[in-house]
Structures are given as structure tokens and as C-alpha cells.
Ligand binder design. Structure first.
Ligand code: GDP
Ligand code: MG
Length: 171
């Protein structure tokens, strides 16, 4: 049997948007309330994506890196999750600059990417509309998911990672 393909995925976004919570939700189907926000971790995870076993290496960045560290992570990755928090407009405004940096680091390749608006359970505190997320994703030509790391099903969290794997494998 052929060796299962490996994809390197990096998760970007402002500190506090829920990157660690999303990664842990995806890997364990659990929600854990507090992580050290300065921590950067990598995880290995095997999953069946469209009848193919894929080994994912997931880098959960801290979100406080300087540009050089960011560029290093971007060179490392094959595919990227950019996360913002629907209750934090500033985190949404950081998406486009991250995307530009990615494009610059990866050029001339185009970059497998998914956009995630997290904390959809906090609708009462929402600052970024669903349509705004959709519009930005359309501009970036990538898939978009609104989700919550703490909602009990956590369905679209996994879907975002699987879709990114597909995107990487298509290239
Ligand atoms: P990171 O800095 O991007 O890794 O963010 P964390 O995963 O450490 O999460 C930052 C804070 O947001 C923590 O207090 C989490 O409990 C909280 N959090 C993360 N995801 C969600 C979510 O989907 N809903 C809610 N209500 N809180 C969340
Ligand atoms: Mg974190």
C-alpha cells in the first residue's frame, strides 16, 4: 500500500480568536476553555478524507509572532486556516494582511486556504456579519465556515480542516 500522503496545515489569526480551541476540538471533539495563549504547538493526526488516509501535521500558531516568524510558518505549511472571531472586528481586519503575506511568501503558487469565523455561539456579541465573512472568502477564492469551538457538534470545524486537506491534495 502506498504511504499515506502528509499535509502540513498552519492555523493563523489574532491571539484570542480561538485557534487552539478549534484545533483541540477538531482533534479530540472536546472543548477546553483555557490554553496558554503564548504557546505554539504541532499535532499529528490521521484522518480519512474522501476514502484516503491523510496524515495531517497541524501547527497551532500563537498569533503573536513577528513577521519573520510568520513567514517561517508560511513557508513550512502547505495549507492554511485563517481564523477570526465574529465578536472581534479587529481580528477580521487582520485577515486580509495575513492573506497578502501568504501570497507574497508562496508566490507564484496560489495558496490553499480556508477562512473560519469562530465563536458563532456568541451571536449576541457579534461584530462581523456572516455576509461579510462570505464576501471576504469570495474575494480570496476560498471556502468559508462560521463555527464554534465550543458548540456540541463542532461539525463545521472538522469540515473546514477536511476541505483544506482536499484543497491541498488538489494542487
Ligand atoms: P488562540 O489565542 O487563538 O489560540 O485562542 P484560544 O483557543 O486560546 O481561545 C481564546 C479564548 O476564547 C479562550 O478563553 C477560549 O475559551 C475562548 N474561545 C475559543 N473558541 C471559542 C468559541 O467558539 N466560543 C466561545 N464562546 N469562546 C471561545
Ligand atoms: Mg492558542
Amino acid at each position: 500500500m502506498a504511504k499515506s500522503p502528509e499535509v502540513k496545515l498552519a492555523v493563523f489569526g489574532r491571539a484570542g480568536v480561538g485557534k487552539s480551541a478549534l484545533v483541540v476540538r477538531f482533534l479530540t471533539r472536546r472543548f477546553i476553555w483555557e490554553y496558554d495563549p503564548t504557546l505554539e504547538s504541532t499535532y499529528r493526526h490521521q484522518a480519512n478524507v474522501d476514502d484516503e488516509v491523510v496524515t495531517m501535521e497541524i501547527l497551532d500558531t500563537a498569533g503573536q509572532e513577528d513577521v519573520q516568524q510568520k513567514e517561517g510558518h508560511m513557508r513550512w505549511g502547505d495549507g492554511f486556516v485563517i481564523v477570526y472571531d465574529i465578536t472581534d472586528r479587529g481580528s477580521f481586519e487582520e485577515v486580509a494582511p495575513l492573506r497578502s503575506l501568504l501570497e507574497e511568501v508562496k508566490k507564484p503558487k496560489n495558496v490553499p486556504l480556508v477562512l473560519v469565523g469562530n465563536k458563532s455561539d456568541l451571536d449576541h456579541a457579534r461584530q462581523v456579519g456572516t455576509e461579510e465573512g462570505e464576501r471576504l472568502a469570495a474575494e480570496m477564492a476560498c471556502a468559508f465556515y462560521e463555527c464554534s469551538a465550543c458548540a456540541s457538534e463542532g461539525g463545521s470545524v472538522a469540515e473546514a480542516f477536511y476541505e483544506l486537506c482536499r484543497e491541498v491534495r488538489r494542487r
